[in-house]
Write a protein that binds this ligand. Structure first.
Ligand code: NAD
Length: 420
């Protein structure tokens, strides 16, 4: 298992981060090993009939990175590059994130290697239902609660809920989060991650003494996280200068209206060609001058070659793992960028997922306003905690956030002791 995970560059990156923080915290060798490796890795082969009548065998994984603090929580990703190491790294980051946010969950992540952009709705539904029936014995409201991630959405969650509930013989809404509101999803969940990213970016603006009305932002990725981050920032008066997605990158000196860009994406499949914008090289988009840069797509897009060229004042990590450890060291040394590390910055999603789970268990629902204001309170608390830790321990925001998360998990493991 260890070799398989370590063959992935994304998992190596998560381990490198972990080791750096474990050294910083002076974690002893035994607790370090217990904390580092995931509890369970489950892999599936899933034969699915395609629309052309042929059968394709897809591969999927779910990694459960510790159940010591509660059920594992984390998204399900559909993407051509998914492998078990990437899923393992994402599960590990979820673990530190849940602990940092003081949520009673461990970390989980799932993924299926497929290209949802090239699949019909029917094929996606058959693949999702097959996955749900394979994973049903290993999930549950007290074991593992999935949510959407890249390439999946509330419809995907609804299919999983349907399969699981059909097997149990009754509706079990608390087995999944990020589902439609009509199926007991939470109001505010869809926009939670992006809203949280924008909320924390606005807190960072105020820390560096900048005014949102005079600030601009650049966003890589215009899916769930990127779009809602743009929408909330726009509502604060921040100018959205550039955005990108898989189809290309666009720029406007006057600023882009996120809702209009979203309409264009719905009509054409991507941001490319949006009226009134200029095309930009997607790589160069990341190094444009801006107040807030939000990577909200994939991992490892900020690396040793572009980190010295960044011209942002705030780096708000909407995506998971967008900055490599080498780039991290460069950013630390530069000391001119206010970093909001991923496990804090994008924690809005899992926090509202937690609210959704709580509402489901209580058979009760909260208004959107209640959800978003509870979310902001929790994010503000975690933001302050990270900044205080960084100040007193004289370390970067990344090390501070990871230290708080990892220490919490290691302490719980220590307190529970070893079985048998
Ligand atoms: P999504 O599938 O809704 O959107 C992904 C976006 O990235 C799309 O616009 C896609 O076109 C774009 N993209 C893909 N490859 C790209 C590339 N090479 N260059 C530029 N854009 C590219 O996914 P999402 O849910 O918005 O997730 C985005 C990131 O945020 C992921 O790292 C995910 O793990 C993280 N995240 C998501 C949530 C959530 O609640 N959805 C929560 C926490 C973290």
């Amino acid at each position: 298992m260890k070799q398989q995970l370590l063959s992935s560059p994304v998992f190596q990156m998560a381990v490198e981060q972990f080791e750096r923080v474990a050294d910083f915290l002076e974690l002893d060798e035994e607790i370090r090993e217990r904390t580092k490796w995931p509890k369970r890795i489950i892999s599936f082969s899933m034969p699915v009939r395609l629309d052309n009548g042929k059968i394709e065998v897809f591969t999927g994984h779910r990694v459960q990175h510790h159940l010591s603090r509660g059920p594992v929580k984390g998204g399900l990703r559909f993407h051509p590059h998914v492998d078990v190491g990437e899923v393992g790294a994402l599960a590990m980051w979820m673990n530190w994130k849940c602990a940092l946010m003081e949520l009673p969950f461990g970390g989980g992540k799932g993924g299926i290697t497929c290209n949802p952009r090239e699949m019909s709705q029917g094929e996606l539904e058959r693949l999702t239902r097959r996955f749900a029936s394979e994973i049903a014995p290993f999930i549950g409201p007290e074991i593992d609660v999935m949510a959407p991630d890249i390439g999946t959405n509330e419809q995907t969650m609804a299919w999983i809920l349907d399969v699981y509930s059909t097997q149990k013989g009754h509706l079990v809404p608390s087995v999944i989060t990020g589902k439609p509101v009509a199926l007991q999803g939470s109001k505010g969940r869809t926009e939670a991650t992006g809203h949280g990213v924008a909320f924390l970016a606005s807190r960072a603006l105020s820390k560096i003494g900048a005014n949102p009305q005079e600030a601009n932002a650049v966003i890589q990725g215009f899916g769930n996280v990127g779009f809602y981050a743009a929408k909330t920032l726009h509502s604060y008066g921040v100018r959205i200068s550039g955005v990108s997605d898989i189809t290309g990158a666009i720029w406007s000196d006057e600023g882009l209206d996120p809702d209009e860009v979203q309409k264009h994406v719905k009509n054409t499949g991507g941001v490319k060609g949006f009226k009134g914008s200029q095309p930009v090289d997607p790589e160069l988009l990341l190094i444009q001058e801006c107040d807030i840069l939000i990577p909200a797509a994939l991992e490892r897009v900020i690396h040793k070659d572009n980190a010295p060229l960044l011209k942002c004042k705030i780096l708000a990590e909407g995506a998971n793992g967008p900055t490599t450890p080498e780039a991290d060291l460069i950013i630390e040394k530069r000391n001119d960028i206010f970093l909001i590390p991923d496990i804090l910055c994008n924690a809005g999603g899992v926090t509202v997922s937690y609210f959704e789970w709580v509402q489901n268990l209580q058979r009760f629902s909260w208004s959107r306003h209640e959800v978003l204001s509870k979310l902001e309170t929790r994010l503000q608390k975690a933001f302050d905690k990270v900044l205080n830790f960084a100040k007193y321990r004289k370390c970067s925001h990344r090390i501070a956030a990871l230290s708080l998360g990892i220490k919490e998990v290691a302490d719980v493991k220590q307190q529970r002791g070893l079985f048998p």
